[in-house]
Design a protein around this ligand. Structure first.
Ligand SMILES: [Zn+2]
Length: 329
């Protein structure tokens, strides 16, 4: 089978099919997305080598489990949570498995990913997709789950003024989710081709360069993945306001994208007594439910579609500033 492998550089190679361990499903991807954590691996900011990819929609071909589990999953169209907790450590036993320090993450940490003709994932990580939700929408389920999670962390009261920094899929989806919560939302981006999509959702948007730092926003959500973004977020928030950092959109344990927020000036957080809080990955099931309800529009968020064998070209495309999500399938 074909697999997209990163080892100092990206290449497409032939490999044997992976064997599912007990409890694992063997999945045939229908569509996979190239997201910022994948680009972080390729740029050398996350230490990983192996098959890339953590965002997928696929069909379950086989499950290494009893007859009931096989009947439950085989032939089903699914998405899945990419991180695999150890289920044995103290954090896991306290219900903090999303923060498990021993977890593996598809295509990002100690586990081969989904950019291949077949890959394995624990069946427990899977969520079935309703028929009404297309592959092109379902591929965003994880990003939407993260946005729902960030909205819960924000704990809105009244009708708050909210700024979302960034203009990638994470920012645009987060803005849509927050705009449904009686919030006055604006998006500040750098690429008009991307952030002007906000018009069709009735969300205000401006180039970030045109905005004064008036410290008047109740909540600022940083989706830029850059140190400058988090610093700007702290300059836009009102005293005792909330800054939500979504800079590490994928669950990379211990190392990884955390490096990208090195050297942030935290003095506004102290002087203005800001509530600065991280929002990691949410529940992919929340994302599937939001899509099934039609609560989020992702129709314009796919910039280009390539075949798996064209991965090198697809990744080059995904690095372009004007690219939203590039998919393969
Ligand atoms: Zn654990």
């Amino acid at each position: 089978m074909k697999a997209v492998v990163f080892e100092k550089s990206v290449r497409v190679e032939e490999r044997g099919e992976p064997l599912p361990a007990p409890g694992d499903a063997l999945v045939r991807p229908l569509l996979v997305g190239i997201a910022s954590p994948d680009l972080a691996v390729i740029a050398g900011r996350v230490a990983f080598s192996g098959v890339l990819g953590h965002e997928f929609v696929g069909t379950v071909e086989r499950v290494e489990a009893d007859a009931a589990e096989r009947k439950r999953w085989e032939g089903k169209r699914v998405v899945g949570t990419p991180w695999i907790p150890c289920a044995a450590c103290e954090l896991c036993s306290r219900g903090l498995s999303a923060q498990c320090q021993e977890r593996r993450v598809l295509g990002l940490h100690r586990r081969d990913g989904c950019f291949a003709d077949r890959f394995t994932i624990p069946a427990a990580n899977l969520v079935e997709i309703p028929k009404a939700v297309s592959d092109e929408a379902a591929v965003f389920a994880g990003v939407i789950g993260g946005a729902v999670h960030a909205a819960r962390i924000a704990r809105f009261e009244g009708k708050p003024y909210v700024t979302v920094l960034g203009d990638g899929p994470t920012a645009l989806i987060t803005a849509q989710v927050l705009a449904k919560l009686n919030a006055s939302v604006r998006v500040l981006g750098t690429n008009p081709e991307k952030f002007s999509l906000c018009e069709k959702w009735g969300i205000r948007h401006r180039p970030v360069s045109e905005v004064g730092k008036r410290r008047d926003q109740d909540v600022v959500v940083d989706c830029t993945g850059a140190a400058e973004g988090l610093e700007l977020a702290m300059q836009l928030a009102r005293p005792r306001g909330t800054v939500i950092a979504r800079s590490a959109p994928a669950p990379v344990p211990l190392t990884g994208l955390v490096n990208s927020v090195k050297g942030v000036d935290l003095s506004p957080a102290v002087c203005n007594e800001l509530h600065v809080v991280g929002a990691g990955a949410g529940s992919i099931r929340d994302g599937v439910e939001a899509l099934a309800r039609g609560a989020v529009d992702v129709a314009s968020l796919i910039s280009r579609k390539f075949r798996l064998g064209e991965a090198v070209e697809a990744i080059a495309w995904a690095k372009r500033p004007e690219a939203l999500r590039v998919v393969m399938g």
